[in-house]
Design a protein around this ligand. Sequence first.
Ligand code: ADP
Ligand code: BMX
Ligand code: ZN
Length: 291
Amino acid sequence: MTTLAIDIGGTKLAAALVEDDLQIRERRELPTPASKTSPALRDALKTLVQPLQSQAHRVAIASTGIIREGHLLAINPSNLGGLLHFPLVQTLEALTGLPTLAINDAQAAAWAEYHAIADETRDMVFITVSTGVGGGVVNDGQLVTGTGGLAGHLGHTLADPNGPVCGCGRVGCVEAIASGRGIAAAAQGSLAGCDAKTIFARAAEGDEQARRLVADSAQVLARLIADTKAVTDCQRVVVGGSVGLAQGYLSQVRACLERMPSVYHVELSPAHYRHDAGLLGAALLAKGEKD
Ligand code: ADP
Ligand code: BMX
Ligand code: ZN
């Protein structure tokens, strides 16, 4: 069976056809529209899926936001241009006429990454450092979604009570400092208005402020990983997202973690499926439920 997999992030939308052996075909991307209202997202999704849907038997969506009963509910609406709510499953079923499943993007990616290492571990955590910071927990071989879909939202744990206000309404969340948006928001002077990608490029050129912004993100992520180890006793933490996978980032996180007491140490690795973990995890879940 062929799955039309869709990944909805705060910065980009991706879609591809995924075969049951996890081969990916015809991957395409579009920028995520920054609009408070649903029609812009619906139209972008329509453009994305139209060339693919006739070849698919089902749709599987990995999406940013809390996913509850097929609806996207933003915990941090500012990551989606202020959009609070979107009827994901209903919209894709209407657009494609295909049975549709939806799950949080980081939970989906956790499931794909667990699949890649399942012969060596039963307890792992996936963290995406991207537009926001998302998480997915696999405990004793089971994906933990929570009854309301909130489980694993590690980006909204506390990093600094004196830190910036997060789009979720709390002060000092991990996401407000470590995410791509958080890094960009803290930039001043010559870097004001730059996105995280540009700030990483400046850091590689030796810009002091850029290096400090990247280092602050890596430090906050390392503390989050130590907290995650204490809560879950996981054997591995897998890191994805465009910031998480950026050159040199994970080695900085590892260096910060190594300075903490050894009880907090855990195997750290970059996502095996790189930027496709969300697409593949959603496809795997759809395959598991429908076959
Ligand atoms: P999404 O959040 O839509 O899933 P990404 O995982 O691509 O998308 O994350 C988007 C964030 O990553 C943005 O803040 C962007 O500036 C940043 N980013 C994109 N490419 C890079 C890169 N090569 N190095 C560092 N940051 C990057
Ligand atoms: C936010 C939240 C999470 C999501 C995470 C990473 C929203 C819209 N999203 O914490 O549900 O998993 O960002 O998302 O509230 P991404 O857009 O960075 O991939
Ligand atoms: Zn928050």
